[in-house]
Design a protein around this ligand. Structure first.
Ligand code: 5AD
Ligand code: SF4
Length: 484
């Protein structure tokens, strides 16, 4: 028994998007069934897994340099199993063995269920095993789709961002083929999961005490699945999950601008558990660039969508992604991106320097011709502008009361806790408002996992700070307008 435990210590590092966080949770759950326990120390582990991201080169290079450093550990401990899973495994495949010959396993995003078996075989002496799905052009659509296995029923609460929050995948893959993006290759064809499976999984999570589910897909609002003769769109799915007891909030990421239909906006407005927050990446403010990116919409069409969103859901917040320094981006084109940041007043924007990815249409057709220092300067300029807007819009919340789903102790509180006796002062908690703003306040840890009302006193560009509004006032003095 002791020997088994001793032999089965897993270290897993996850980079990239929420999809990867979820994949790691599923893999850990499967390995736990096999008797593995997690260790936070690479040195203690006998199995090391990297769950990787290929969206930008930088993330890949960091993994390759970590793999390089592990060569010495592998020489010293030949029993150590080192695995690379996720997007980089699917994209680079054997290249990983070439660049890091001491790697034992390469497992693509669609083969994660194979990991326990492959680790076992590796321990028994099988060298260099690889399980990847078919490339997009390596078979019929059905063949390629089915080579990406669905793998979602196993869950591991310890791997979650917090015990009350969980991700639920509703879609696999992507079919949009934006010219800069590697995801349609690494995650395969778009496939929507069955509504009844999604519901069953969400119910099981609620039974484990989860209060907030975040539905995941590369383009969640493109969700479509026909089950027992009924077509479920994203709006129908939200409605069908809404009555699950225990779930207090439902979020979903990421949205595709062209698929933001009115039925979805109305569902968000009408279903009280659904977060009033939409992440709808615009990517660029210049039509020529959007065309080159093959995003499928113009700025004017995005503007129409924004009007529909804001008209239908008062108080909604919208966030975006932007790419700066895409192929041939002139100063003028960049200024158009700055203009849309000013115009649309996103809650926040994730801004990325363009990174050429082999195998994409942009890599094949357009030179990556914007120097890195120009990309960096444009990135900083846009970030400064976005931060100023976020600060201004957050300041509007001062004096208002917001409804917060309490997530846990704030990060600062966790750090402080390590340096102070446990009974010193009140606890600092963190949660999110219905429009997804981070809210920090002092309160009893018993509030974690519940909805609290917080009166906002101060803010930064990223955070609102406030005090709990007690519900026991006698003369309605707490009848502040409850906001998003
Ligand atoms: N270079 C830079 N950013 C990229 N993204 C996707 N591909 C690239 C790339 N090649 C960004 C997009 C996307 C986010 C997840 O990552 O903005 O929305
Ligand atoms: Fe990539 Fe475009 Fe699909 Fe998003 S919609 S994952 S950017 S191809």
């Amino acid at each position: 028994m002791n020997e088994t435990a001793h032999n089965k210590k897993l270290f897993i590092e996850t980079v990239g998007c929420q999809m990867n966080v979820l994949d790691s949770e599923l893999v850990v759950a499967a390995l736990r069934q096999d008797g593995y326990e997690l260790t936070p120390s690479m040195k203690e582990a006998d199995t090391i897994l990297f769950n990787t991201c290929s969206v930008r080169e930088h993330a890949e290079e960091k993994i390759y340099s970590q793999l390089g450093r592990l060569k010495y550990s592998k020489d010293a401990r030949p029993n150590l199993v080192i695995g690379v899973m996720g997007c980089m495994a699917q994209k680079d495949q054997k290249i990983i063995f070439r660049r890091a010959p001491h790697v034992d396993l390469i497992v693509g995003t669609g083969q994660l269920a194979e990991i326990p078996r492959l680790i076992d075989e590796s321990r028994k002496g099988e060298k260099r095993q690889m399980a990847v799905s078919l490339g997009r052009k390596d078979g019929s659509r059905l063949e390629v789709s089915s080579s990406f296995q669905s793998y979602d029923p196993l869950r591991d609460p310890e791997m979650r961002p917090s015990p009350h929050q969980a991700f639920v995948r509703i879609m696999f893959g992507c079919d949009k083929f934006c010219t800069y993006c590697v995801v349609p290759t690494t995650r395969g064809p778009e496939q929507s999961r069955q509504p009844s499976d999604i519901r069953r999984e969400s119910e099981a999570l609620a039974a484990q005490g989860v209060k907030e589910i975040t539905l995941l897909g590369q383009t969640v609002n493109s969700y479509k699945h026909t089950e027992e003769g009924r077509l479920y769109r994203m709006s129908d799915l939200l409605e069908s999950l809404h009555d699950i007891e225990g779930i207090q909030r439902i979020k979903f990421v990421t949205n595709y601008p062209k698929d933001m239909t009115d039925d979805l906006l109305q569902a968000i407005r009408d279903l009280p558990k659904v977060s009033h927050y939409l992440h709808v990446p615009l990517q660029h403010g210049c039509d020529d660039m959007l065309k080159k990116m093959k995003r499928g919409y113009t700025v004017a069409e995005y503007r129409d969508m924004m009007h529909r969103i804001r008209e239908t859901i008062p108080g909604v917040s919208v966030s975006s992604d932007f790419i700066v320094g895409f192929c041939g981006e002139s100063d003028e084109a960049h200024q158009k991106s700055m203009d849309v940041v000013r115009e649309f007043r996103f809650k926040n924007s994730f801004i990325f320097k363009y990174s050429e990815r082999s195998g994409t249409k942009a890599a094949d057709n357009y030179p990556d011709d914007i120097p890195d220092d120009v990309k960096k300067a444009r990135n900083n300029e846009m970030l400064t502008l976005q931060n100023a807007i976020s600060a201004e819009d957050n300041a509007d919340f001062i004096g208002r009361t917001v409804e917060v789903l309490v997530e846990g102790p704030s990060k600062n509180a966790v750090k402080a806790e390590q340096n102070r006796p446990s009974n010193a002062g009140p606890d600092q908690l963190v949660g999110r408002s219905r429009c997804d703003r981070i809210v920090v306040f002092n309160g009893n840890p018993r509030l974690i996992g519940t909805i609290a009302h917080v009166s906002v006193q101060d803010c930064t560009p990223t955070t609102l700070m406030g005090n709990i509004v007690t519900q026991t006032h006698q003369h309605g003095s707490n009848m502040l307008p409850i906001l998003q």
